[in-house]
Design a protein around this ligand. Structure first.
Ligand SMILES: CC(C)(COP(=O)(O)OP(=O)(O)OC[C@H]1O[C@@H](n2cnc3c(N)ncnc32)[C@H](O)[C@@H]1O)[C@@H](O)C(=O)NCCC(=O)NCCS
Ligand SMILES: Nc1ncnc2c1ncn2[C@@H]1O[C@H](COP(=O)(O)OP(=O)(O)OP(=O)(O)O)[C@@H](O)[C@H]1O
Length: 195
């Protein structure tokens, strides 16, 4: 099994590449999605978060108030560190379950924005980076999620820069052009692994 670590930063295009690979039948582990799942109402992980930060991080329905959690985490390094320690442990367990379940598959994808920050390259055979210059990352993130420039840059500052990630990746997929141009790069790289 070849494990491809697919990474980038906020809005660099990881999900776009993942969706394309999924269409080709390749199993994808989505770390952001797994984090959402482990944080759902009533989960052990959400209980750990309320133990750490209080009920103020919950909505009236008992869900994680993501906007409030983000506001606290991206303004206080201590909160972010604690949040990461709780959530990443649970996400890593899910990742290991995914890898075990797909042992027979020729190729699998680990789609994770913080792959390199969290040392996940250790469980991959190759790292693919979806690259965008920071200004375009900010523009696409603002369009997509309605976040303000400040909210996006607060998050980018907590991530390893894409320039730094570029140096650590084996493959750089440049996403400044069209979707077709991106897909062509993916096809080329995939053909090297699955000739
Ligand atoms: C703070 C939270 C509640 C904000 O939720 P929100 O719905 O606004 O964002 P979402 O989870 O969809 O993430 C969007 C993007 O934000 C960035 N981001 C998220 N968490 C982090 C983090 N801990 N450090 C740096 N960037 C992050 C990533 O680029 C991610 O793709 C949430 O991001 C969270 O619980 N983060 C901790 C878990 C985590 O690190 N997830 C990322 C991969 S495991
Ligand atoms: N080549 C492209 N041209 C124009 N828009 C693009 C291109 N690639 C992706 N996008 C758009 O940019 C936004 C971010 O892409 P995507 O969701 O794939 O990024 P991501 O890296 O998964 O982001 P995040 O981890 O923050 O969720 C989306 O709205 C997507 O449709």
């Amino acid at each position: 099994m070849t494990v491809i670590g697919l990474t980038g930063g906020i809005a660099s295009g990881k999900s776009t590449v993942s969706a394309y690979l999924k269409e080709k039948g390749i199993p994808v582990f989505d770390a952001d999605g797994a984090a959402w799942e482990v944080e759902k109402a009533g989960s052990p992980c959400l209980r750990e978060l309320t133990d750490a930060f209080g009920e103020g991080i919950l909505t009236p329905e008992g869900e994680l108030d993501r906007k409030e959690m983000a506001r606290r985490a991206f303004h206080d390094p201590g909160v972010l560190q604690q949040l990461n320690a709780i959530v990443h442990r649970a996400v890593e367990q899910k990742r290991d379950g995914f890898l075990a379940a797909h042992r027979q598959d020729p190729v699998v994808i680990l789609d994770a924005p913080l792959l390199l920050e969290c040392g996940w390259e250790k469980v991959t055979d190759t790292v693919w980076l979806v690259y965008l210059p920071e200004e375009e990352q900010i523009r696409r993130a603002m369009i997509r999620s309605g976040m303000t420039r400040e909210e996006v840059t607060d998050r980018i500052r907590k991530q390893m820069s894409l320039e730094e990630k570029k140096k650590k990746a084996q493959v750089v997929l440049d996403n400044q052009g069209s979707l077709e141009a991106l897909y062509r790069q993916v096809d080329r790289e995939l053909a090297r692994i699955l000739p």
